[in-house]
Design a protein. Structure first.
Length: 174
């Protein structure tokens, strides 16, 4: 659902993807960006193999691999799933936000979305019985988050503090 929207708004280039080890991410990326391939038949008898999706060479996807012992993370490494390791390093070097494969941005976004949409919180009674209603609620919460909710990173300091109603301190930010 979300990857199809990403593919729609970025038709000229395929973005660089990072995630944890959830197998569904690989499947979703192949579903959206994969190209159909007919495998070569092995021998002269039997059925021809089914067509399958393969990753195009420009698809770059790396995973964060966490080694655990007794539930505690012992070590963290990365694994290239699609693409070339040199191409991934080059993309990371030109990135303005991060120079390592990590999931911090995805995890922060997931947490923000879960906090603003009750249907996505864990152990809740506010679930959706149908996928269409979940999608509608998700788009509504995303629109609220991006278009209505004030963000601290966009605030500007006022040249002169403005008085507020009551006995509170003066407002310093807009």
């Amino acid at each position: 659902m979300l990857l199809e929207r990403v593919a729609y708004v970025s038709p000229s280039t395929i973005p660089f993807f990072t995630s944890d080890q959830l197998a569904a991410y690989r499947t979703a990326l192949l579903h959206v960006y994969g190209q159909w391939e007919q495998p070569v038949r092995q021998g002269s008898r039997g059925r021809h193999p089914h067509r399958r999706r393969v990753a195009p060479p420009e698809l770059l996807y790396a995973q964060v691999v966490k080694q655990r012992e007794r539930g505690a993370v012992v070590s963290v490494s990365t694994e290239v799933v699609f693409g070339d390791a040199a191409a991934i390093e080059a993309r990371l070097a030109e990135s303005s936000s991060s120079h390592a494969v990590n999931t911090s941005f995805v995890e922060r976004t997931n947490l923000s979305v879960r906090q603003h949409n009750r249907r996505l919180t864990r152990k809740t009674l506010g679930f959706s019985k149908e996928r269409s209603w979940l999608e509608k609620q998700l788009w509504l919460s995303l629109a609220y988050y991006h278009l209505v909710l004030p963000h601290d990173s966009l605030r500007e300091e006022l040249t002169e503090p403005e008085p507020t109603r009551g006995d509170g301190s003066a407002r310093r930010w807009r």
